[in-house]
Design a protein around this ligand. Structure first.
Ligand code: RP5
Length: 210
């Protein structure tokens, strides 16, 4: 998949990435963007990048991508280097543990985890890292995402998951929340957040109803 400023590797969509990408030639890519479903394990063979991903966006299924692409877009708009992967808590449990427990060492500072149904992905990821984990409940077919919301938000005390809204608003806000966390130590990101809010306010103030 093409990279833009701030965009990182994306493994969820095999058909959406360029073939034969030379990862070692891309300073933006540290985690494998090959079709491998084990990005965490494959990262060890890659050279360290001067721009490792600051945010990891993971989702339980490729079917979540239509929603989570909005998090990807928002992070790209803020120029935040990030990576996107499909990792399932129940279909790839070892990968989930490996990815999460190695994220801190790879330079990741925030993890966004999206899942639907019995949405335990964010909790499982949070169990293996002290990095902030932001959970995005997917709108499920059976219960409209209420199941995903409750499964993500109701973490027992001790392992926190910051839970956002169901679906697209949650995906966008997770990205904005990640930016806000990073902005605590990055004045340029803080400024971008101020500008974003100003633009948003102007849009609402200038809104006309036809
Ligand atoms: C969860 O199950 C995923 O996060 C997804 O939201 C849901 C359904 O997955 P698929 O059956 O579409 O792969 O693990």
């Amino acid at each position: 998949m093409a990279t833009t400023k701030g965009a990182g590797s994306k493994t969820p969509l095999k058909g959406k990435r360029k073939k034969s990408r030379d990862l070692s030639a891309s300073p933006r890519l540290r985690v494998s963007a090959s079709s491998s479903s084990s990005p965490a394990s494959s990262s060890s063979s890659l050279p360290a990048s001067p721009h490792p991903p600051l945010v990891a966006v993971i989702m339980g299924s490729k079917s979540d991508w239509e929603t989570m692409r909005h998090a990807d877009q928002s992070l790209t708009e803020f120029g935040v280097v990030h990576e996107c992967h499909v990792i399932s808590a129940h279909r790839t449990p070892r990968l989930a543990a490996e990815f999460s427990s190695s994220a801190e060492a790879r330079g990741v500072q925030v993890i966004i985890a999206a899942a639907g149904g019995a949405a335990h992905l964010a909790g499982v990821i949070a169990a293996h890292t002290v990095l902030p984990v932001l959970g995005v409940p997917m709108k499920s077919e059976a219960l409209n995402g209420v199941d995903s919301l409750l499964a993500t938000v109701q973490m027992p005390a001790g392992i926190p998951v910051g839970t956002l809204a169901i679906g697209k608003p949650g995906a966008i806000n997770a990205a904005l929340f990640a930016v806000a966390i990073l902005a605590n130590t990055r004045p340029e990101l803080r400024q971008k957040l101020h500008s974003f809010r100003e633009r948003q306010e102007v849009e609402v103030r200038n809104a006309t109803l036809s």
